[in-house]
Design a protein around this ligand. Structure first.
Ligand code: GLN
Length: 477
């Protein structure tokens, strides 16, 4: 399966060796040949061809834009004007977005071509893309396995060579974990670095749009073109952005912190521990300092994450009432009936579970015991993480405790599947930028991901370090 990075494509177009139209056609064939993966919910073939023709004109006229001809798939939680949008949920059946998400608009204005809408876990809740109302997505590396989630369609579409990159969303790991499962680069920027306008909300104080791509180079360029303040999202940061694609090579010795329990934890697959340890040895041999640090709050991060995100989700998802958007139950004898039947029939079981949990932790008698308490622990997690980052350049952990698992694997309870988020939620709870990069394979040939975290708004440094790591291991696309 041939993967496609943007930078080499761009170089080839500029040398006259290929064209945007040829690339779009190749992507469309790859979509056709990989239908079994069930990644795409919509394919915008004709529009993409028209956009490719105009990209080719721009290349010919010498006025190609920064992302001219970049072929992008978009997770079904990011608004693309006049196209369907439904968070892979029945409750948004038939909904067409009347506006663009700011991030997507910026990329399209820079020349990106949207090839299609890709599946995800329903409302981005999940780690395996099995909760989509459109059926599970399969992992291109091995179609018996999950691609990860919730941005599973995004990861599968990039790994199957159907596009150069994908926009996903990451609330607790949904870009990084599928990137790890499919052998890709997955970036979750700092909270508020990218506008959330036009991103369907799951948990608003955690949600970030993120990027899945084959290389750091492509990731940096895409980030550069979409980062920055947006007047349509009051929480978007006004901190200056950088020319992320032109960050110089790392030329200093790094101080790297490894959280001890993330490699000592008994639930972690042995080969993941070994791959992480091998990286640590490699770093040391190159003159970098690697320190094992303790993070006593590790056991609290998942509970904090699930209390706060379900609380926020229960509020965010209250707008889907069968009146304003999408699905409406036909059994609507009274207004109350209309609300409750539309929601009961429209939402899937995982979303319902989370709405119930969130409503519970926000209820008057439990609010202080759960919600307020979790907010306090969130602050502690952030403070402690920043303290480590005050003394180190980055934190390194495995991205996931296991490599991709089988479709339909039955978890004895939801908590077991929530454990898949063990390492990714820390950066989400702390609001910090994090990236997953591929570091080799397990004995079945399944990709292993390594996660790096840096300080707030330090995407430049994160990408610089990630690039150095990739080169160190000579991981190639
Ligand atoms: N797997 C996590 C969850 O289910 C993360 C989801 C996400 O980042 N959107 O909440």
């Amino acid at each position: 399966m041939e993967r496609r990075a943007y930078a080499p494509f761009r170089e080839a177009v500029e040398k006259g060796q290929t064209s945007a139209l040829a690339e779009v056609n190749a992507c469309l064939s790859a979509i056709e040949n990989n239908k079994n993966l069930n990644a795409f919910l919509s394919v915008y073939a004709e529009e993409a061809k028209i956009a490719a023709k105009s990209a080719d004109e721009r290349f010919a006229n010498g006025n190609a834009r920064a992302l001219e001809g970049l072929i992008l798939s978009v997770k079904d939680v990011i608004a693309y004007k006049d196209h369907p949008l439904q968070a892979s949920s029945k409750i948004l059946n038939g909904y067409i977005s009347p506006f663009h998400a700011t991030v997507l608009q910026r990329l399209v204005e820079a020349g990106a071509i949207v090839i299609g809408r890709v599946s995800c876990d329903e409302f981005a809740m999940g780690s395996s893309n099995q909760s989509s109302a459109f059926g599970p997505v399969k992992n291109p590396v091995n179609p018996d396995l999950v691609p990860g989630g919730s941005s599973g369609g995004s990861a599968a579409s990039v790994a199957a060579g159907t596009c150069h990159a994908s926009l996903g969303s990451d609330t607790g790991g949904s870009v990084r974990q599928p990137a790890a499962f499919c052998g890709l680069v997955g970036l979750k920027p700092s909270y508020s670095r990218l506008s959330r306008y036009g991103l369907i909300a799951y948990a608003s104080s955690f949600d970030c749009i993120g990027i899945l791509a084959n290389t750091i180079e492509d990731t940096a360029l895409i980030l550069e073109l979409c980062a920055g303040e947006d007047e349509l999202d009051a929480t978007s940061s006004s901190a200056p952005t950088m020319a992320y694609s032109r960050i110089p090579k790392l030329d200093q010795a790094l101080k790297v912190a490894v959280i001890r329990d993330t490699i000592a934890h008994e639930g972690i697959q042995k080969e993941i521990v070994e791959a992480t340890e091998a990286t640590i040895e490699l770093l040391k041999s190159q003159g970098h300092t690697v320190t094992l640090v303790d993070f006593p709050l590790l056991d609290y991060i998942l509970p904090v994450y699930y209390i706060l995100t379900t609380a926020e989700a229960s509020s965010n998802l209250s707008r889907f009432d069968g009146v304003r958007y999408g699905y409406r139950s036909s059994a609507n004898a009274s207004l109350h009936d209309l609300y409750s039947k539309s929601r009961s029939e429209g939402f899937g079981p995982e979303v319902k579970r989370r709405i119930l949990l969130g409503t519970f932790v926000l209820s008057a008698s439990y609010y202080d015991a759960y919600y307020t308490q979790a907010q306090k622990v969130r602050r502690l997690v952030r403070d402690k993480t920043l303290e480590i980052l005050g003394e180190h350049d980055c934190i390194l952990t495995p991205t996931t405790p296991t490599t991709a698992f089988e479709l339909n694997k039955s978890f004895s309870n939801p908590v077991e599947s929530y454990l898949a988020d063990l390492f990714t939620v820390q950066a989400s709870v702390a609001g910090l930028p994090a990236i997953s990069i591929p570091v080799g394979n397990d004995h079945q040939g399944l990709p292993i991901g390594l996660q790096l975290v840096t300080g707030n708004m330090e995407e430049g440094k994160l990408l610089q370090i990630a690039q150095a790591f990739m080169q160190l291991q000579q991981v190639q696309v």
